[in-house]
Design a binder for this molecule. Structure first.
Ligand SMILES: [Zn+2]
Length: 96
C-alpha cells in the first residue's frame, strides 16, 4: 500500500487518490490550436526510470490536486506538495 502525504489532509492511502498525469508538462501560453507545442503538451510523454513528478487528485478526500514525487521503479513516495510547490529530485537521481 502506498501512502500519499496530502498537504491538506495528511497521510492517506493511495486508493483515495486518482492519478491525473505527468506534472512536468507546462501548458503552452498563446499557442495556436494546432501548434506543435500543444501536440507535445497533450500527447508526448517521457517514460522515465526512477523519480518522476506526478499529479494526483484526492478524489475521496479534500478533492484537491497534489503533486507527488514517486520512484517509478520502487513506487516509493519521495515527496508531496501543492501543485505550485517545487519538489526537488534527489541529488543522485537527477536526469543527465
Ligand atoms: Zn487531501
Amino acid at each position: 500500500m502506498l501512502y500519499i502525504d496530502c498537504p491538506y489532509c495528511g497521510k492517506r492511502a493511495h486508493d483515495e487518490f486518482t492519478y491525473i498525469g505527468d506534472a512536468t508538462k507546462k501548458r503552452p501560453d498563446g499557442a495556436e490550436k494546432n501548434d506543435p507545442a500543444w501536440v507535445d503538451y497533450v500527447y508526448t510523454r517521457d517514460n522515465p526510470r526512477g523519480p518522476h513528478l506526478e499529479l494526483w487528485h484526492h478524489s475521496l478526500g479534500c478533492r484537491e490536486v497534489v503533486k507527488v514525487l514517486r520512484n517509478i521503479l520502487t513506487h516509493e513516495i519521495l515527496g508531496c506538495g501543492r501543485p505550485a510547490d517545487d519538489i526537488p529530485l534527489p541529488e543522485a537521481e537527477t536526469k543527465p
